[in-house]
Design a protein around this ligand. Structure first.
Ligand SMILES: Nc1ncnc2c1ncn2[C@@H]1O[C@H](COP(=O)(O)OP(=O)(O)O)[C@@H](O)[C@H]1O
Ligand SMILES: [Mg+2]
Length: 185
């Protein structure tokens, strides 16, 4: 796809409560940036291969096509609602979190804005970062001290960091239909 003009958005199914996200098919979503240009496509492209990073297919300045995540935003899990249960492995989750932070920084992007609305939990039990729009371009920085990690884990990456404690504990399975109704505009 070269530009948004090639697509009739009114014919697509809108998903997610906020933003301009449309289902293209079972595997892909189209995200449209209406107010300003975004480098989200490039960021996702740079971060491919790291834990939590969904696949990116194509992107332009005001749109991107990425992997469709079948699941919920983390917020719902943390409020205790879902249509599926997940079991996180603490060791694996911790390793993935650190690999994600180190990897992002090594590739020149400081994670920011990863709150519970921008991270999704998939039915496959994996976490996905669905919105990288607030990541910050950095050059030659390293994160090495405990303090720097704490700042990232408790601040910019808090959605991911808090996932482990809150997810498993108190999920009430509402059924897929009910959850999709709640999640869809
Ligand atoms: N790749 C995706 N697969 C499935 N749903 C998504 C995906 N990306 C976003 N969403 C849904 O759309 C919502 C808004 O997406 P987001 O990228 O955070 O947009 P915004 O720019 O409004 O913050 C998310 O909370 C989620 O429910
Ligand atoms: Mg968002």
């Amino acid at each position: 796809m070269q530009s948004l003009n090639e697509i009739d958005l009114s014919k697509l199914e809108k998903i997610g409560k906020t933003g301009n996200v449309y289902a293209l098919n079972d595997e892909q979503i189209l995200k449209v940036f209406t107010s300003e240009k975004s480098n989200s496509g490039k960021i996702l492209n740079d971060l491919q291969g790291l834990p939590f990073v969904p696949k990116i297919y194509e992107y332009g300045e005001d749109w991107l096509i990425m992997q469709r995540i079948k699941g919920n935003i983390l917020w719902f899990h943390q409020k205790g609602f879902s249509w599926f249960n997940v079991k996180l492995n603490y060791k694996e989750h911790k390793k993935n979190t650190l690999d994600f932070i180190d990897g992002s920084i090594a590739k020149g992007w400081m994670p920011e804005g990863l709150h519970q609305f921008n991270v999704m939990m998939g039915e496959d039990g994996k976490l996905y970062v669905c919105d990288v729009g607030r990541f910050i371009k950095i050059d030659g920085e390293t994160v090495s001290t405990k303090n720097e990690y704490q700042k990232l884990l408790l601040g910019y990456c808090r959605g991911i960091n808090q996932a482990y404690d809150t997810i498993e504990s108190r999920i009430e399975l509402l059924g897929k239909e009910k959850m999709l109704e709640i999640c869809t505009p």
